[in-house]
Write a protein that binds this ligand. Structure first.
Ligand code: HAM
Length: 419
C-alpha cells in the first residue's frame, strides 16, 4: 500500500517553501513594526479550552475538532484556532499584571475537520494577532489597519473589508429575541443544523452557508438597530477612525462571525475572486473572553489570516518569486577543483549570499542549465585557466554579460551586482 498524506493536508516542498518564507517574513516584519511580539503555544490543548472559549454551539466545536483521548485518559484537541490558546497563556502566566496592552502575534498550523475544498483544508495555517487590555475604539482601528497593511505590503489591492458590530451580551440578548421572533414562523424551511440551533444561537442562521436559510429569513432584523448607546458609540468611532485613516470598508449586517467570543467590532477581509473561500482573514473584539476563561475582566481584539488563501492571492498578482531564489551558482568544470568551489560557496554564504554548487558531476553545459533552472542571478566559474591566474569569472544571468575578477575582489563585486 502506498501511504499518502491524509486528506485535507499537503506538503510544502521547495521551491514552494520559499514563497511561504517570503510572505511570512513580510507579515512578521509588518506586525513587529506595529509593536507586536511573537508568542508560541502548544499544537494541542485541553478540549475544554475550545469548548468554553470558542463556544459549544459553533461549527468548530460541534463538528470540526480533532479531539482524542490521550494515554493518560485526558481529552485533548488539536488547536482549531489561536485566540483561545493566547487567552489561556495570558491568564496562566499572569501577563495581564504587566504593562498593557499586550500585543502578540502567532503563526502556525491549525486543524479543522471539514470537507476539503478549494481554499479549505484540514490542516491549514494561520497568522494571527491578539491585543489584550484596551477597549479604545482606536485599538480596533489600529488592528484593522495592520490587517490591511499586511495585504498591501504583499501587493494585494482588490480586497473588501467588511465591518459590523455584534454588540455586548445585553445588545445581543435583545437582538436574539427579535431574531427568534422573526425566524420561528419559517423555522421549518431551515437546514437541520439551523433548526436545532436557532433558538439558542439564531446568529448562526444569518451566518449559515446554506443559501436556503438566508432566503427563508429574508428581511431579518439588523443587529445595529439593537445596539445600546455605548456599543453604538464604539462602533461609530471605529468607523470614523477607519475613514480618518483612509481605509475603505463595507458595513455588513450579515457579518456575525462563526465563533462565540465576539463582542462589538467584527470584521472580515474578502477577496471576491475566490468565491466560497473568499474570506482571507477575519477577527473582532472579544471583551468577555479573558474573564470567561478564568482571568480578570480584560478586553481583547485580534484577527487571523488564512495563509493558504493569502498565498494564492499573492500568486495571482503575478509576483516575481525568483527575486527571492538562489543568488549565486558556483560552476566547477573540473571535479578536482570541487574543494575550491566549496571554499567560494562558503565565502559567499558567510556574507549572507544564497549560494549553491553542483554535486552530481554534471558537465559544464549541464551545470549552466542547472544554474538557470535554479533561478541563480549570477554564476561564478571556477575554471582551470582562471584559477592558474588567481581569478574567477562572474556571469550575469540576467544581462548575459561576464567579467573576470581577482579572488580578493570576488565578494565585493558579487555583492555590488546583487544590490
Ligand atoms: P476564522 O474566521 O475562523 O477566525 O479563521 C480566520 C481565517 O482562517 C479565515 O478567514 C480563513 O482564511 C482561514 N481558515 C479558516 N478555516 C480554514 C480552513 N479549513 N482551511 C483554510 N483556511 C481556513 C479565527 O480563527 C479567529 N481565531 C480569528 C481571531 C483572532 N479573532 C480574534 N482574534
Amino acid at each position: 500500500m502506498e501511504i499518502q498524506a491524509p486528506r485535507g493536508t499537503y506538503d510544502i516542498l521547495p521551491p514552494e517553501s520559499r514563497k511561504w518564507q517570503y510572505i511570512e517574513r513580510v507579515i512578521k516584519e509588518t506586525a513587529e513594526r506595529f509593536g507586536y511580539s511573537e508568542v508560541r503555544f502548544p499544537i494541542f490543548e485541553h478540549t475544554e479550552l475550545f469548548e468554553r472559549g470558542v463556544g459549544d454551539t459553533t461549527d468548530i466545536v460541534t463538528k470540526e475538532m480533532y479531539t482524542f483521548i490521550d494515554k493518560g485518559g485526558r481529552s485533548v484537541t488539536l488547536r482549531p484556532e489561536g485566540t483561545a490558546s493566547c487567552t489561556r497563556a495570558l491568564i496562566e502566566h499572569s501577563i495581564y499584571s504587566g504593562p498593557l496592552p499586550v500585543k502578540w502575534y502567532y503563526n502556525g498550523p491549525m486543524f479543522r475537520y471539514d470537507r476539503p475544498a478549494a481554499g479549505r483544508y484540514r490542516q491549514f495555517h494561520q497568522f494571527g494577532v491578539e491585543l489584550f487590555g484596551s477597549n479604545n475604539p482606536y485599538a480596533d482601528v489600529e488592528v484593522i489597519q495592520l490587517l490591511v497593511k499586511i495585504l498591501e505590503n504583499l501587493g494585494l489591492k482588490d480586497y473588501e473589508l467588511h465591518l459590523n458590530s455584534v454588540g455586548c451580551p445585553q445588545c445581543r440578548e435583545r437582538y436574539r429575541e427579535k431574531l427568534v421572533e422573526h425566524i420561528t414562523p419559517v423555522k421549518d424551511q431551515l437546514c437541520p443544523d439551523c433548526q436545532s440551533r436557532y433558538a439558542k444561537n439564531p446568529l448562526r442562521v444569518i451566518d449559515c452557508k446554506n443559501p436556503g436559510c438566508l432566503e427563508a429569513i429574508v428581511g431579518f432584523p439588523v443587529l445595529y438597530d439593537s445596539l445600546c448607546d455605548d456599543c453604538r458609540q464604539h462602533y461609530n468611532t471605529v468607523q470614523e477612525g477607519l475613514t480618518g485613516q483612509g481605509i475603505a470598508y463595507l458595513h455588513d449586517n450579515q457579518l456575525v462571525r462563526g465563533l462565540d467570543y465576539y463582542t462589538n467590532t467584527a470584521f472580515e477581509i474578502h477577496l471576491p475572486q475566490f468565491g466560497a473561500a473568499s474570506a482571507v482573514g477575519g477577527g473582532g473584539r472579544y471583551n468577555g473572553l479573558v474573564r470567561f476563561c478564568g482571568g480578570p475582566d480584560l478586553p481583547g481584539i485580534g484577527f487571523a489570516i488564512g495563509m493558504e488563501r493569502l498565498l494564492s492571492a499573492v500568486e495571482r498578482t503575478g509576483i516575481d518569486w525568483e527575486k527571492d531564489d538562489l543568488q549565486v551558482f558556483v560552476l566547477v568544470p573540473d571535479e578536482h577543483n570541487r574543494n575550491i568551489g566549496l571554499e567560494i560557496c562558503n565565502i559567499l554564504r558567510e556574507a549572507g549570499v544564497r549560494t549553491d554548487q553542483d554535486y552530481n558531476g554534471r558537465s559544464m553545459k549541464a551545470q549552466m542549465k542547472q544554474a538557470n533552472k535554479r533561478g541563480a542571478r549570477l554564476v561564478v566559474i571556477v575554471g582551470e585557466d582562471e584559477l592558474a591566474a588567481g581569478q574567477f569569472t562572474i556571469r550575469d544571468m540576467v544581462h548575459k554579460t561576464q567579467l573576470t575578477v581577482p579572488k580578493e575582489a570576488l565578494l565585493d563585486r558579487v555583492k555590488e551586482i546583487l544590490q
